[in-house]
Design a protein around this ligand. Structure first.
Ligand code: PMV
Length: 325
């Protein structure tokens, strides 16, 4: 029996991935850029039993849902391709943060699963190969193979061989941090997969999103190279708000924000007025991640905790890429 265990961290995009040009291979319309976070991790063990049958997936001690199970098995099938002797898999996964809250758990989850599965099968993939494998399960997961700042290169090829993450800066090369305000969510959200497809197919703003993202990527790369937090923060806010603008203008429209989302954005503006470099970004949900200097993390976290409707605030620093455990 073949077993391997991997730990991967989540990442929060500063220039968002939003829209696929190939739904099956998960190839993006644009490149994207993110920060991998130390405190938000998933650790996964994969054991190939060598016997045919159903895969078994346990997340945090509980049997996975039908949907989670299907996505995990689809990734395992890519690893098992042409090697039926590997057989059914037993997968056991633990996460350091609440999965149900919608805090980018698919990125850490699928990066850890891709690595553990490939290693359990006896493969020795390069980081680029692992990134491509993780991408096939969840686009944003391809960036979590790398620590620190990572870019997902859009690529040009139809087979996706040039669409993968690359590292821009290691986790210790720039002392920044993120405070993530989890706001009261209520009703279940639309999935990012569904919302980005609707935006690409129906929003009149989508072509503008695509054109602007090329500019944002360029500016974000340059800001990271110069360690210029103000420039990077401005690009990050612009990218997040443009992404959400394609949702507001979708048919039917999608609103991920709650009233407390706006209240957190207001608190971030107040922090800036007080001289603290703090910049917000929002994924396909109501929570707000705030980029700041590492030395200001405590102050930013404290300000966000005071906002009405904020359930909890996670404080995170840049983290490493995927690791064998
Ligand atoms: O990788 P997915 O399918 O979970 O999509 C992620 C989309 C965003 O989180 C909204 C943006 C991003 O780049 O992570």
């Amino acid at each position: 029996m073949r077993t391997a265990r991997a730990r991967a961290r989540s990442n929060i995009a500063l220039v968002k991935y939003w829209g696929k040009r190939d739904e099956k291979r998960i190839l993006p319309v644009t490149g994207s850029l993110s920060l991998t976070l130390d405190e938000l991790w998933t650790e996964t063990e994969v054991r190939f039993t060598g016997a045919p049958g159903e895969d078994e997936l346990v997340i945090g001690g509980t049997r996975a849902t039908e949907h989670e199970h299907r996505r995990a098995s689809a990734l395992l099938d890519l690893v098992r391709d042409g090697r039926p002797e590997l057989g059914a898999a037993r997968i056991d996964s633990t996460t350091s943060f609440p999965v149900a809250a919608g805090l980018a758990s698919s990125a850490s989850g699928f990066a850890a699963l891709a690595a553990a599965a490939a290693w359990a099968a006896g493969d020795d993939p390069s980081d680029l190969q692992l990134s491509i494998l993780a991408r096939r399960a969840s686009g944003s997961a391809c960036r979590s193979v790398f620590g620190g700042f990572a870019e997902w290169r859009r690529g040009e090829r139809e087979d996706g061989a040039d669409s993968h993450g690359v590292q821009l800066l290691g986790p210790d090369e720039w002392q920044v941090a993120m405070a993530i305000a989890e706001v009261e969510a209520g009703r279940k959200e639309v999935s990012s997969r569904h919302a980005m497809r609707t935006a690409r197919e129906t929003s009149p703003y989508f072509p503008a999103w695509e054109a602007q993202t090329a500019i944002d990527l360029e500016q974000a790369r340059e800001a990271i190279r110069r360690r210029d937090l103000e420039s990077l923060g401005r690009v990050a806010e612009r990218s997040a708000f443009a992404m959400h603008a394609t949702c507001f203008t979708s048919e039917p429209p999608v609103f991920f924000w709650k009233p407390s989302t706006l209240a957190v954005l207001e608190a971030v503006r107040t922090l800036r007025a007080e001289g603290v470099a703090a910049y917000a970004t929002i994924d396909a949900g109501p929570h707000v991640a705030v980029l700041c200097e590492a030395g200001q993390l405590g102050r930013v976290g404290e300000a966000l905790r005071k906002v009405d409707g904020v359930r909890r605030v996670l404080e995170a620093r840049p983290g490493p890429g995927v690791e064998r455990r």
